[in-house]
Design a protein around this ligand. Structure first.
Ligand code: HEM
Length: 221
């Protein structure tokens, strides 16, 4: 049973992101195609083509990435279909770079609703996503599978980070009705959230990776 636990967890994770994947892809497409993008969402502006294209593309690329990254990490795909894993891996690399870059363009041109603190942490999140994707592919090409695995774990954490952000809000609002959060995203909860949706999960991933690396390996008979 323990053998199938990673597969089970990754499938449950991918399926749970479904609602956000549809929401994000749909919003991005509508923002891109609308003649009046400001009506679609407050993140689009009628006079900001660069920011609109950046944020719309990041939503569409990010949607596929959120769903695709946990599936790409499935042990059965890695072991049984290495060719598929390789091709899909390049696709996810492009999606991760597009998601991070689109978000960074938007932050540079428009800023974020929550001001400099939110912009700073979202920019760190975007840069981390690009850096992680580059390293994942780099170590795969270098055939350093230990490092490739470690960077891939970090990339999966970041890929589902945007969904985690919304889940934290959903749980917090269900539990407290939205204490310390406001429409400008400047409440204490909002300010903690821009760090809490990815930094603690990256730290947990680091602890697990170190524990894994320190485990004694079975010696061949
Ligand atoms: C991982 C996949 C991602 C998905 C699916 C995604 C999706 C979305 C969606 C749907 C929105 C619109 C707000 C909403 O209606 O909730 C949004 C906003 C935004 N995202 Fe992402 N995102 C992802 C990753 C990123 C990354 C890596 C960055 C960092 C560069 C980023 C930066 C932003 C910014 C700056 C906004 C606008 C914030 C504001 O002012 O309200 N996103 N994202």
């Amino acid at each position: 049973m323990r053998r199938y636990l990673p597969t089970l967890l990754l499938l449950v994770l991918a399926l749970n992101t479904g609602w956000f994947v549809v929401y994000s892809g749909d919003l991005g497409l509508r923002g891109l195609l609308s003649r009046n993008p400001a009506e679609v969402s407050r993140v689009f502006h009628n006079d900001g083509i660069l920011a609109n294209v950046g944020i719309a593309l990041h939503m569409i690329a990010g949607a596929v990435l959120t769903f695709g990254a946990p599936l790409q990490a499935l042990p059965i795909v890695r072991r049984r279909w290495p060719g598929l894993h390789r091709r899909f891996g390049y696709g996810l690399f492009v999606l991760a770079v597009a998601t991070g870059s689109g978000g960074l363009v938007y932050i540079t041109v428009s800023g974020t609703i929550g001001g400099w603190w939110m912009s700073l942490w979202f920019a760190i999140y975007g840069a981390a996503m690009i850096w992680t994707a580059v390293n994942t592919v780099y170590f795969a090409l270098a055939k350093d599978l230990r490092r490739h695995f470690a960077w891939a774990v970090r990339l999966v954490v970041l890929a589902v980070g945007s969904w985690i952000y919304r889940m934290h809000y959903a749980i917090w609002f269900a539990a407290t009705g939205g204490v310390a959060s406001n429409e400008e995203f400047t409440g204490l909860f909002d300010q903690v959230q821009v760090v809490a949706f990815f930094v603690p999960y990256l730290l947990i991933a680091e602890i697990v990776l170190r524990w894994r690396a320190g485990r004694p390996r079975p010696t061949p008979a």
